[in-house]
Design a binder for this molecule. Structure first.
Ligand SMILES: [Zn+2]
Length: 426
């Protein structure tokens, strides 16, 4: 299908374009952006009038567990270890494949309706997660969570391998990462196996890292080394996304900056579990690629990346007592092109450029909380909510138009099913 977006205010997030341009038309042919210009006149299947609206790349969430939507606000007041071991894992043991499918449909609805077009996921029953993502049209990289505390580590790698074999190159929107749960739930030999597997399959490693002080102590006790030393020895130069990376001092960050890593900064989840906040200001100074994540709704509450952007900017300014740091445009980069770089998809998504896949959101800023717009980038970071996203296009397909999903899904029924699942396993 060919789509023409007319007269938009474009924030392309592209190094080859102006930061902000008015009255721009964008032509989409099949799944690609084929032309960006003023007054494009051509015959198309669909015209979207975007006059006075913002058009920008869809947001990229680089760390979540989208099968966890049912856990939203179930547990409050627990630290990471107790939260996982005493609360989340016992409930997860009762989840069926069908539950995960339903929970992922719910998360996909949430992502599309709040402007996220790509998700980097890590969970179990990944086949059901893929099924739901395909039905809803969301772009995803996923994995079987890899850990070996229950001695089924090799089986988990085989499961991921089988999945990759089955889905490799089958769908434009589905890819994989190698999701190592964390250094504290694996051992050195196993991490090495996973990293080798990532290298063989040309995939990105995706791992929780230094989320809170207890985790750091666990790693130190287990390996008799600092986490950063363990990481350097085991990951070497393999392309890796580290979720959280909260408990790191400046020397640790100096070490990280020599590695092939990106950070997935998840400030809301970190606040909720009382973990602390990563020093992303210093990471940026050291040239580390910072992307943003929500984490699962069990700790992150929701998948609204606009909330994450706002927290990201405000926390650093406040903690560092420096209002001049973390410019709004830099935060928009974290949620778009930096996310694409973290996933190794910077030639495909993350900006609006000719030749890239069409992952585009259209935002209406004509609302009481955004008017008047004196700085459009700051407006997007501080005053826009995910629900201001009006239309969303993923891989050239309209997945939401004027707030209405195009997938045939009964939202009320999904909400009820989610309620039933959590009532059963709680
Ligand atoms: Zn996580």
């Amino acid at each position: 299908m060919d789509i023409l977006i007319k007269n938009c205010n474009l924030i392309a997030m592209s190094e080859s374009r102006e930061l902000y341009e008015e009255n721009i038309d964008i032509l989409i042919s099949n799944n690609k952006i084929t032309k960006i210009d003023r007054n494009i006149e051509t015959k198309v299947d669909k015209i979207i009038d975007a006059s006075s609206k913002i058009v920008m790349p869809g947001l990229i969430n680089t760390h979540a567990h989208i099968g966890m939507s049912i856990f939203r606000e179930t547990i409050d007041g627990y630290k990471l270890k107790e939260w996982l071991e005493q609360k989340i894992w016992p409930m997860e043991d009762k989840l069926t494949e069908e539950d995960i499918y339903m929970a992922t449909i719910l998360s996909s609805i949430e992502m599309i309706k709040t402007g996220t077009t790509t998700i980097n996921d890590m969970y179990f029953y990944p086949e059901k997660i893929i099924k739901a993502a395909l039905e809803m049209g969301i772009r995803m990289q996923t994995t079987r969570t890899l850990m070996n505390i229950q001695k089924d580590g090799s089986a988990r790698i085989s499961e991921l391998n089988r999945l990759i074999e089955e889905y490799k190159d089958k769908y434009n929107t589905i890819g994989f990462n190698v999701g190592i749960h964390g250094l504290y739930t694996t051992d050195a030999e196993y991490v090495k196996k996973c990293v080798d597997f990532a290298e063989q399959n040309n995939l990105v490693v995706h791992m929780h890292f230094c989320e809170n002080t207890e985790e750091v102590l666990d790693i130190e006790n287990k390996y008799n080394k600092k986490p950063i030393e363990v990481l350097k020895e085991l990951i070497l130069n393999t392309k890796t996304i580290l979720a959280h990376s909260v408990v790191l001092n400046k020397e640790d960050i100096d070490e990280l900056s020599d590695m092939n890593i990106s950070i997935s900064h998840c400030p809301i989840s970190n606040l909720k579990l009382g973990c602390g906040i990563a020093n992303i200001n210093y990471m940026l100074e050291k040239g580390i690629n910072i992307s943003l994540g929500t984490d699962g709704q069990g700790s992150g509450s929701n998948l609204d990346m606009f909330e994450v952007m706002k927290f990201t900017a405000l926390l650093q300014k406040g903690i560092e007592e420096k209002p001049e740091i973390i410019d709004a445009y830099e935060v928009l980069k974290m949620a778009t092109i930096n996310g694409a770089k973290a996933l190794g998809l910077e030639n495909t998504i993350g900006s609006i450029d000719v030749g890239k896949n069409a992952d585009i959101i259209i935002i209406d800023l004509c609302a009481e909380v955004t008017q008047p717009i004196n700085n459009v980038f700051a407006s997007l970071v501080y005053n826009v909510k995910g629900t201001n996203v009006e239309t969303s296009i993923i891989d050239g397909k309209i997945v939401m138009e004027n707030r209405k999903l195009t997938a045939l899904v009964d939202e009320k029924q999904i909400f009820n099913k989610a309620k039933e699942i959590i009532e059963r396993i709680k």
